[in-house]
Design a binder for this molecule. Structure first.
Ligand SMILES: [Zn+2]
Length: 273
């Protein structure tokens, strides 16, 4: 029997972190600084519309580090984990102008699975156009829910995406038929209200996936689990379609389906932040 793949619907995945300035104080600040904020507001809009940004080196162009592939615009089905406030057709995405850094905790990884994780990352990178960079290994583990503290996870200070081989004893949400969890945390731009992902977590059930590895096509199935969870990380939700890897139940698929690829292409084409 194929084990069920389920998402970590992170409680904080869709919640922007807003500023702490009370509305009354904010209104006063706006009225007092209407002229002062004109320049940064203009630059912020430029950043979204024309790909330029103000840095300590002056105005620089910001362009995506890669481009998603051209895909068939009609096939399959997909869904977003989260969308922009009031705009269901505009998903929350990672910043395509920054590399998505990844760290792997392979302390409990079954033998020879490092290449499977690397291949899964490569597949998601190719399908989104996002650039992934694997940093030095880590010993960090998610908490019981599959999350981890990301306080201060704003912009360039965000921790890398964590891919951790762990156990149901350590991550209680892996109990039962769930063999993997994945999701990301979004933060909000106080000026525009737009949200973007800054970091994420993948939890892999090492004992269960060790058993899966022994099945026919085991390595390909385990790689598919990692691809599914990374699909959640970059912003795909489950669909009720057995021809998509983002189905909550895996029916033997080992590659992304047509709807998966459409969704991943959209998620890789978000605005630069
Ligand atoms: Zn899932």
């Amino acid at each position: 029997m194929h084990r069920r793949l389920r998402a970590l619907d992170r409680l904080d995945a869709g919640k922007a972190r807003s500023g702490s300035v009370p509305e009354s104080v904010r209104a006063i600040l706006v009225s007092l600084t209407a002229v002062v904020v004109t320049v940064p507001l203009g630059l912020a809009l430029l950043g979204h519309e024309w790909g330029v940004a103000l840095t300590r080196h002056g105005i620089v162009h910001r362009t995506p580090l890669g481009q998603p592939p051209v895909v068939d615009a009609t096939g399959g089905s997909f869904a977003y984990q989260a969308h922009q406030p009031g705009l269901p057709d505009q998903p929350v995405t990672y910043d395509p102008c920054r590399a998505v850094h990844v760290v792997v905790n392979s302390d409990l990884a079954p033998p020879l699975t490092g290449a499977l994780v690397a291949a899964a990352i490569h597949q998601v990178a190719a399908a989104t156009g996002l650039r992934f960079i694997e940093d030095a290994p880590t010993h960090e583990l998610p908490d019981q829910t599959g999350n981890r503290p990301v306080a201060g996870a704003v912009g360039a200070t965000s921790p890398p995406v964590l891919i951790a081989w762990t156990t149901p004893e350590r991550v209680g949400a892996l109990r039962g038929r769930t063999v993997g969890l994945g999701g990301s945390t979004a933060v909000g731009d106080q000026l525009t209200g737009r949200r973007h992902y800054v970091t994420g977590t993948v939890s892999l059930d090492a004992p269960a996936l060790s058993v899966m590895l022994l099945r026919p096509q085991g390595p390909a199935l385990v790689q598919a689990v990692v691809m599914h969870e990374l699909g959640h990380v970059v912003g795909l939700a489950h669909v009720h379609d057995r021809n998509e890897l983002m189905s909550s139940e895996n029916h033997g698929l080992t590659s992304f389906g047509p709807g998966d690829r459409r969704g991943l292409a959209v998620l890789g084409a978000g605005p630069c932040v």
